[in-house]
Design a protein around this ligand. Structure first.
Ligand code: B1M
Length: 210
């Protein structure tokens, strides 16, 4: 029988079936979902990102690794619940215009959901007008924006300006995140909260509604 791949290796190889099988095995071996995500899945994506940056991997590899992580993550999603009280708040979440990265955003969405937030996930490549519409329609406590590119993170500022122009900025808290985003940047664009990972995103969200 072939030697089973680790979750890390399977995601780096872009093999969804192997990634799912390895995730199931890791659970059977007693590993916690959070440890599998942080210790294996995210580090595998960093590895692929590094290879891409070094010219040793190309866009198809990024795409395949992303797909592999997504399918393996499906297995863990139902287990991502923390201390659930009744609904603690409502969130609209999306990746900003020009940006197609959604794995981190979906992870944040799953964590929030697992911890009792009602989450309306409006997807990727979201223009300011769609954020405005979603806020009008759903009246969330928090607007969450994600960006993975230095070229798209600046659009978060445009969305906040749109909220101001539409007179709804004070109706919603704004939380931002994603690899290139920093606390400093969040403050600069006038966001109310920032987090650099999905776990602390829940803490920040709780504070914002608290
Ligand atoms: Co792209 N990509 N990508 N990519 N990609 C990066 C981001 C990059 C860093 C790779 C690299 O060069 N090392 C680089 C960006 C450089 C920069 O701007 N500084 C890059 C590039 C250049 C590109 C393209 C331009 C490549 C090209 O076409 N030439 C292109 C752009 C497309 C576009 O968006 N318009 C592109 C495309 C893609 C794919 C579509 C192929 C694919 C995405 C698939 C998908 O998402 N469905 C992809 C991938 C997979 C990556 C890497 C390898 C992995 C991203 C990921 O999923 N990470 C990435 C390298 C890297 O991250 N190391 C890279 C795992 C995920 C769990 O982490 O998303 O950071 P992350 O989310 C974290 C935190 O950031 C935080 O919590 C999450 C969990 O801890 N977080 C929040 C995220 N959102 C939050 C919101 C919050 C709070 C926390 O509150 C609201």
């Amino acid at each position: 029988t072939p030697v089973a791949m680790s979750v890390f290796d399977a995601i780096v190889a872009g093999n969804g079936d192997a990634a799912t099988a390895a995730t199931r095995k890791a659970l059977d071996d007693g590993h916690k979902p959070q440890d599998i995500i942080n210790g294996q899945m995210i580090s595998a994506m960093s590895e692929v990102g590094q290879r891409f940056q070094d010219g040793k991997a190309y866009v198809p590899q990024l795409l395949m690794a992303g797909r592999a992580m997504k399918s393996a993550l499906e297995l863990l999603k139902p287990m991502l619940s923390g201390t659930k009280s009744a609904t603690v708040g409502k969130v609209v979440i999306g990746t900003v215009k020009g940006d197609l990265h959604d794995i981190g955003k979906n992870l944040v969405a799953s964590m929030l959901e697992g911890c009792g937030f009602e989450v309306i996930n409006i997807g990727i490549d979201v223009p300011a007008s769609d954020f405005v519409d979603a806020i009008r329609e759903n009246e969330p406590d928090i607007l969450c924006m994600s960006a993975l590119l230095t070229t798209t993170m600046t659009y978060m500022k445009d969305v906040i300006s749109a909220l101001e122009e539409e007179g709804i900025r004070d109706k919603v808290k704004v939380m931002v995140g994603g690899a290139p985003v920093s606390q400093h940047f969040a403050e600069e664009i006038g966001a109310d909260g920032y987090s650099d990972n999905a776990n602390s995103a829940v803490k920040v969200a709780r504070k914002l509604v608290g």
